[in-house]
Design a protein around this ligand. Structure first.
Ligand SMILES: Nc1ncnc2c1ncn2[C@@H]1O[C@H](COP(=O)(O)OP(=O)(O)O)[C@@H](O)[C@H]1O
Ligand SMILES: [Mg+2]
Length: 251
């Protein structure tokens, strides 16, 4: 899962490019779950929340896992299927879980159902910049977490809180690992280089950085991943390298 409590750190850019690279480059079958009420990943891959979305899945009563599986749709990118986001995800507050009958285990049950059917190789969750019902359900279901970080003076702020949440969640999901922090939108300046070094020195597992390029904005307009729009751009190359390392760390 792709998680950071901050917005605008390239969670969605990472999720959609990772999905595309795994599907096209590695021939993996990918399920992308959009856990953000902004629905950027849903829109990017041409999903229709009316044909099923995570908010409905989190509220569904009986046979939750089966209902979740039935809510999956194909995307406009071959090899990537979607469980769409919904603006209703915003209303699903974790503190009202019981009140609203939200089922925190539903994604875990869905993943187990899918594993039994051997339908997908990877499930990627694009998280909202918040701890809410959707991100909690993802943490309970996930094997690992990738944390995109935009390098600035505030980059490390909030990381302690995030680490605590991940550690806490291990009581429910013991297999949850921090795969690594992924510095994004990197550019060559003394301040950015220094911020990256500080992050590395903090002892957290790290990935090589993703360079900043306006090809990423362009990709969102084109609604096609870097692999199709600008595979040789700096970020296009860096995301492929990130996925290669990610796969290496999994094995
Ligand atoms: N490597 C990059 N270089 C330049 N711009 C980027 C890069 N990665 C992301 N962006 C831009 O930053 C903004 C935020 O990215 P996004 O993936 O939507 O973040 P989040 O999902 O964390 O809110 C978007 O406008 C996106 O195009
Ligand atoms: Mg996003």
């Amino acid at each position: 899962m792709i998680l950071n409590l901050k917005g605008g750190v390239a969670k969605t850019a990472t999720a959609v490019n990772m999905a595309a690279i795994l599907a096209r480059g590695y021939r993996k079958r990918i399920l992308l779950v959009d856990a953000d009420s902004q629905c950027n990943a849903t829109e990017f891959f041409g999903g229709d929340p009316n044909k099923g979305n995570l908010a409905d899945v989190l509220r569904h009563e009986a046979d939750e896992g089966l209902f979740a599986v039935a809510s999956i749709q194909s995307s406009n990118f071959l090899g990537v299927d979607l469980l769409c986001g919904s603006d209703e995800l915003m209303d699903l507050d974790l503190t009202k879980v019981e009140l609203q009958g939200v089922r925190a285990l539903v994604l875990r049950e869905m993943v187990q159902q899918l594993a039994a059917k051997d339908q997908y190789d990877y499930c990627i969750v694009d998280c909202p910049p918040a701890f809410n019902a959707a991100s909690t359900a993802a943490l309970i279901a996930a094997d690992d977490v990738v944390i995109p970080i935009k390098l600035d003076a505030f980059a490390l702020r909030g990381m302690g809180n995030l680490m605590r949440q991940i550690t806490n969640m291990r009581k429910i999901n013991p297999s949850l690992r921090l795969s690594g922090c992924l510095p994004t939108m990197w550019y060559n300046s003394p301040l950015i280089v220094e911020a990256e070094k500080t992050l590395r020195d903090s002892g957290l597992p790290m990935y090589p950085h993703i360079r900043r390029t306006n090809k990423v904005d362009a990709m969102t307009f084109a609604q096609e991943p870097l692999l199709l729009t600008s595979p040789r751009s700096a970020a296009g190359i860096d995301y492929r390298e990130f996925v290669r390392e990610y796969m290496e760390r999994r094995s």
